[in-house]
Unconditional design. Structure first.
Length: 422
């Protein structure tokens, strides 16, 4: 018994040493845009879209596990591998488009922070520059270990959404039934929201950040199984949070017909007369935490993969003089993104955020195909390349994602009501 307990304790300590990249990357997916999409799904369609969370979670696990495995096996970031296998020119244009998309994404995170704090009565002219200074100082002045611990603590604050949901007092039999029994409607609004939910799950930057984080953390092949569990736990966590956001809005806003909502702050305000001030504040606090968290990760992910793709030094554990391009790019993204939110009206911000969503959608199919081709290379991955059954699942997942994302991109050109997602 003592031997088993000692073995379990040892494995737990190893897992805690490995944990981080998978959980952090998946939870950043619940950014300001993701929270808006889930809130709109619950407020507009009740529980009818909950069933999509199960296949969405499976898709997220498949794709995220693949890049984590490539990072562990090759010891290189995804941008590094693309540059080595497909050349500098291809990588340069891919990085340029991703950079433009992530600038818009970063701006949307600071907009989400301003929106969430407005519910608590704080001006954007105070909270946005303060938030920008905090996220800049964390990465520029911290080490990888410190930054990762702060990010993991930020993941814990997503508990505000389950708490907010319980305060809304849903009839639990209804959402649990809707989770396992699919309901499908052919009206355009339902299909559009379905695409929005899928589109908010897998973004190009996530794949680059996860693989880079695995490499910088120094996870070895012997710890690959534990790294895979890190990814699985993270993917499940993020969609459990999504479940509670949808249920909270469905049990209150949808049931009373108080919609529609135009941003996540609207959802927080709508909860106040229906579920109480505490539920409203918890929802707004969750939005602020998610926005600040994502405003840290998105510029960091961009700095990682652009520097890797161009073959220059990158990494949080390096000082500014060792990786000037890395830190300069991170600083520029935060400065421009936060400044835009302070000086541009919400109406002028929307086209930029929408354009970044369109660019994300255009790039996602290319990134997924690059990933799958690399993960199937026997000379690169050896015995850890995709096996046949896994490959079928991965290709099917990616083809569905590509089809839905392309549909979302085409739709974006004809509508200004595209769900802005992470």
């Amino acid at each position: 018994m003592k031997r088993r307990l000692r073995h379990f304790r040892t494995r737990l300590l190893i897992f805690l040493a490995v944990v981080g990249p998978g959980i952090i990357t998946a939870n950043v997916d619940n950014d300001a845009g993701g929270i808006l999409t889930y809130s709109q799904a619950g407020a507009g369609f009740g529980y009818s879209l909950l069933w999509t969370l199960i296949p969405i979670t499976i898709a997220l696990i498949v794709v995220q596990e693949m890049v984590a495995r490539m990072g562990v096996v090759t010891g290189k970031g995804l941008a590094d591998l693309i540059r080595e296998e497909y050349g500098f020119r291809t990588t340069f244009f891919l990085m340029l488009l991703l950079l433009l998309a992530d600038l818009g994404n970063t701006m949307s995170e600071f907009a989400g922070l301003a929106s969430g704090m407005s519910v608590l009565g704080v001006s954007r002219y105070v909270v946005v520059p303060l938030g920008a200074l905090i996220v800049w100082g964390l990465v520029v002045k911290g080490t990888y270990r410190i930054v990762e611990r702060v990010f993991l603590v930020a993941c814990l604050f997503y508990v505000s959404y389950p708490l907010s949901c319980f305060l809304a007092h849903p009839r639990w039999a209804e959402p649990l039934k809707a989770l396992v029994i699919p309901t499908f409607h052919l009206n355009s609004g339902y299909l559009y929201m379905l695409i929005g939910l899928v589109g908010t799950t897998i973004a190009p930057w996530m794949q680059f950040y996860l693989q880079s984080a695995v490499v910088e953390k120094g996870i070895k092949l012997r710890d690959y199984r534990l790294s895979r569990w890190d990814v699985i736990v993270g993917c499940i966590m993020t969609d459990v949070v999504a479940f509670f956001i949808i249920v909270a809005c469905a049990a209150t806003i949808y049931r009373t017909g108080r919609g529609p909502i135009h941003d996540a702050a609207d959802a927080a305000l709508a909860l106040r007369p229906l579920a109480g001030r505490a539920a409203s504040w918890l929802f707004a606090f969750g939005l602020c935490n998610a926005s600040l968290f994502s405003a840290s990760i998105l510029p960091l992910a961009t700095a990682y993969y652009v520097c890797e793709g161009l073959g220059v030094e990158s990494g949080i554990d390096k000082r500014f003089r060792e990786a000037p391009a890395f830190y300069s790019l991170y600083t520029a993204l935060i400065f421009v993104g936060s400044l835009a939110v302070m000086i541009l009206s919400q109406q002028k911000q929307i086209p930029i955020i929408l354009l970044s969503q369109v660019v994300n959608g255009i790039l996602l199919p290319f990134v997924l195909i690059f990933m799958l081709r690399l993960a199937n290379r026997p000379d690169l991955m050896g015995d850890y390349r995709n096996h046949r059954v896994f490959n079928w699942i991965a290709w099917a997942t990616c083809l569905v994602m590509i089809g839905l994302t392309l549909f979302l991109v085409v739709s974006a050109f004809f509508s200004s009501k595209v769900p802005v997602s992470g």
